[in-house]
Design a protein around this ligand. Structure first.
Ligand SMILES: [Mg+2]
Length: 439
């Protein structure tokens, strides 16, 4: 009976602030980082589970410590038992009564649980020889609802309603699986729109995006309204009337500022405004949505858990729901959120970018398409063209669509050399002087 023998964390940081990649109104100089976890066993197959929480630099050490706090819930346990009942395993982490005090179910502790839960799913999928999306999409409706904690949800979604959603999608699974393997899943690109880029770079990248087959791009907004109007006009002139241009304020505004700012951009036909205000402000989002329609309101990358998503849906506060693979408590909680979105008929367009978020979240959208919502209508996964080279099985986009991954696992595994070179603070990237001395 194999057991878990290794629980190894790494503080990995990339100096993305040097080129302003990833710059937005709230986060002007991020160093994209991963609080990275490798879970190992003494099984003869030698397979490992890899997972991570994404941060943007300072505090990545705090996130690593939070992941380490969960080691005692994994080390020494029987591998088959833990992976056979991932619903019970999820509760093991979330229900730790002392760690729960640090949330509950929010912030660095929930993100730490996401790293551990996702690493276990990576291992489970590798052992099954399947990409995660396919492993999930092959589970029965009963098995899937057993992964979900319905506590705090039943006023909006009961276990029976979730079962009905999954059963309704069941007959079409095989055909959609084939379609997914043929066509991939629609993507949109944020690459042209970082706030730190010049107008020339914005125009060039927007033109390239259309040439590459994207039907939607995204611009960061919220720095200065005159600059945003100018950039939005340039982008619209460049891509023409038929390409969707989403905008993203990264929580920059009060409710009234958000409404005024979006109205200033409305002549250029923005498709959605993302994170117009605090991710905790359910009623604020609802007020903004009412005022800026038909511009859609999108949010979710900083929504802490399934309960806040439930409220956003109940309050009619969003048109587009943006899951993040590594902020809520991993695969299980995201399945709950996908089911909530399906119940309310709201399309899910995941947050990605960062480091490794495209790699992870593609699996959840693909699972959603095959086994939950059954459609790609108005659904696109964010794509950002950087840091993919650090992954063993990098996500790929061709002709504006994610190429469906076929390698076993959750696509979470980084190249070993990256873990050492970008280790903070002593890897060669961060401590070149030290390297010279030792050389
Ligand atoms: Mg965003």
């Amino acid at each position: 009976m194999p057991s878990f023998t290794r629980f190894e964390t790494h503080d990995v940081r990339f100096p993305t602030s040097r080129d302003l990649d990833g710059s937005d109104a709230m986060n002007p100089d991020p160093d994209y980082s991963a609080a990275y976890l490798i879970i190992g066993t003494d099984a003869a197959d030698g397979l490992e589970g890899h997972g991570f929480a994404f941060t943007i630099g300072r505090g990545n050490d705090v996130q690593v410590a939070a992941i380490q706090a969960l080691a005692e819930h994994v080390l020494g346990l029987d591998v088959d038992t833990v992976l056979a009942d991932m619903g019970a395993t999820w509760r093991l982490f979330v229900d730790d009564s002392q760690l729960r005090w640090l949330g509950p179910e929010k912030g660095v502790m929930n993100m730490a649980i996401s790293a551990v839960v996702n690493a276990l799913w990576d291992l489970k999928a590798k052992r099954a020889g399947l990409p995660l999306w396919d492993l999930l999409a092959g589970m029965s409706p009963e098995e899937l609802v057993a992964l979900v904690d319905f506590r705090y949800l039943t006023d909006a979604l009961t276990r029976e309603e979730a079962l009905a959603i999954l059963r309704q999608a069941e007959p079409g699974r095989a055909a959609r699986r084939e379609e997914l393997l043929q066509k991939g899943f629609p993507a949109y690109t944020t690459t042209p729109g970082w706030l730190g880029y010049s107008d020339e770079k914005l125009v060039r990248l927007a033109r390239e995006a259309v040439e590459q087959g994207y039907t939607q791009i995204k611009l960061k907004v919220g720095g200065n309204v005159d600059d945003d109007v100018r950039r939005m006009r340039l982008a619209r002139e460049t891509v023409g009337p038929d390409i969707r241009i989403a905008t993203d304020a990264n929580q920059r505004w009060d409710v009234s500022d958000a409404i005024a700012w979006v109205k200033a951009l409305t002549p250029f036909d923005p498709w959605w405004i993302e994170e117009p205000t605090s991710p905790d402000d359910v009623l604020g989002h609802a007020a903004i949505r009412k005022a800026v329609a038909p511009v859609k309101v999108a949010t979710g990358e900083h929504v802490q858990n399934r309960i806040v998503f439930k409220q956003l849906l109940q309050a009619g506060a969003l048109d587009v729901l943006q899951i993040d693979a590594a902020r809520v408590a991993g695969v299980n909680e995201n399945i709950a959120i996908l089911l909530l979105a399906a119940k309310f008929g709201v399309p899910v367009c995941p947050h990605a970018g960062g480091v490794g978020l495209c790699e992870l979240v593609q699996h959840l959208s693909m699972f959603d398409f095959v086994a939950v919502s059954g459609t790609t209508q108005d659904r696109v996964i964010e794509w950002v063209e950087h840091l993919h080279e650090h992954f063993l099985a990098p996500a790929r986009v061709e002709s504006g669509a994610y190429v469906t991954p076929t390698q076993p696992g959750f696509s979470a595994q980084m190249v070993p050399a990256t873990l050492t070179h970008f280790a903070f603070p002593n890897g060669a990237e961060w401590a070149p002087a030290q390297l010279e001395v030792s050389a």
